[in-house]
Design a protein around this ligand. Structure first.
Ligand code: OVM
Length: 399
């Protein structure tokens, strides 16, 4: 006899301002409700436990990205922008693009950037040490990626701040068509044409990531129409994410001074301290998949063509997986965290993100004795990203 098992249902809205202000009680409730939960408000499925999030991320054949990794199902409504050739695709088509990006963002490529990035971080921290106090969001977590990443791409000078409203818009677009999205579209409207122009070969230097992507046309790996689209992926995914990641690390190290002192004692922990901040805050909070077949998850039946929301941030603090998940601990074994995703779509820029995090935290560890929060930190709400609008800091110089 078939027994209809009704799945747990939640009325939570994970795209509301109340949720963004404090997502953690809702994360816990969703994890505790069951291995999958029905979100009544959006008529979708959600997974918030580590095991299920990891499973969904690692079964691309069942949980597809090609119908969009946001709430919108590309099969039911036309995509609002041309779909990404890497994010919003499945193998084997995905792998073609991914191979090019893997090469451009490879360990070997990172080696050539490391010294330059480290020098830029040292200069920036030296400058900030000369100030009484400053807002670490615009002046460090935004300023650093904007100082190094467009150069690495080979973009022309000027207007680089335009990348921020553009990224903010795209990351909001993965959620519902709420007020946050509408606002972000209004903010990004004036920079859309500029962003498109930045992806063209003629506007890129001969020695950056951009030129390397365009070079994949000559090898037959990409078509002429595809190359600017792949550059677009870098411009979209490479700034706001690392801004949120650096902000997360700075916020952690200023809230947990004993952890900063551990880092000062051993600056070699800079990379680990950044990684733990990515687990702890999960700058990218959520992505969706769409089921390609009927599937069972944790004993519950999900039909074909269903949207499944993955709470990366909840998985990264699941007590079923992590000891003392609410502690920011730079000595923690963070291996397995899903802050950069997992599986075939795992963040292709994660080595670049880690390099940026490492050099900034190394500079802090070497030059700064204490990080003081001197004003009220404010969050920036986004349908996908968890980040800050403001973090007023004072840096105390190492004697
Ligand atoms: C892209 C893209 C956009 C946003 C995020 C992302 C996290 C990729 O256009 O390919 O990955």
């Amino acid at each position: 006899m078939d027994v209809a098992i009704t799945p747990p249902v939640s009325t939570a809205d994970p795209f509301s301002r109340e949720f963004f202000a404090d997502p953690f009680p809702v994360h816990a409730a969703l994890r505790d409700a069951g291995p999958v939960v029905r979100l009544a408000k959006y008529e979708i499925w959600a997974v918030a436990r580590y095991d299920e999030v990891h499973r969904v991320l690692n079964d691309w054949e069942t949980f597809s990205s090609a119908r969009g990794v946001g709430l919108s199902d590309f099969k039911k409504e036309p995509p609002w922008r041309l779909p990404s050739l890497v994010l919003e695709t499945d193998p084997p088509f995905h792998d073609r693009t991914r191979k090019v990006l893997n090469r451009v963002l490879s360990p070997a490529a990172m080696k050539t950037l490391k010294e330059r990035f480290a020098a830029a971080a040292d200069t920036m921290i030296d400058e900030l040490l000369g100030r009484d106090s400053f807002d670490a969001v615009p002046e460090l977590s935004e300023a650093f990626p904007l100082a190094v990443f467009p150069d690495a791409i080979g973009m022309p000078q000027g207007h680089r701040h335009n990348l921020l409203p553009y990224g903010n818009m795209v990351f909001n677009s993965f959620g519902p068509r709420n007020e946050l999205f509408a606002e972000a579209v209004r903010d990004a409207e004036p920079v859309m044409a500029w962003v498109r122009a930045q992806s063209e070969r003629k506007n890129l230097s001969d020695d950056g990531f951009g030129a390397q992507i365009h070079a994949a046309v000559a090898t037959g790996e990409l078509t002429e129409d595809e190359a600017p689209m792949v550059v677009r992926s870098l411009l979209t995914a490479g700034v706001d994410t690392t801004v949120s990641g650096l902000g997360a690390a700075l916020f952690c190290l200023s809230r947990f001074p004993e952890q900063f002192q551990k880092l000062r004692a051993n600056p070699g922990l800079a990379r680990a301290a950044f990684e733990e901040a990515v687990r702890f805050e999960s700058p990218v909070q959520t992505f969706f998949r769409t089921t390609t077949r009927p599937v069972e998850v944790g004993g519950f039946h999900i039909d074909e063509g269903e949207k499944v929301l993955m709470f990366l941030g909840a998985a990264n603090r699941d007590p079923r997986k992590w000891g003392r998940p609410e502690d920011y601990d730079i000595a923690r074994k963070t291996v397995g965290h899903v802050g950069f995703g997992s599986g075939v779509h795992a963040c292709v820029g994660q080595l670049l993100a880690r390099l940026e995090g490492e050099v900034v935290l190394q500079a802090l560890a070497r030059k700064v004795a204490a990080i003081e929060i001197v004003g009220e930190p404010r969050r920036r709400f986004n349908n996908t990203l968890r980040g800050l609008a403001s973090l007023p800091l004072r840096l105390h110089r190492t004697q």
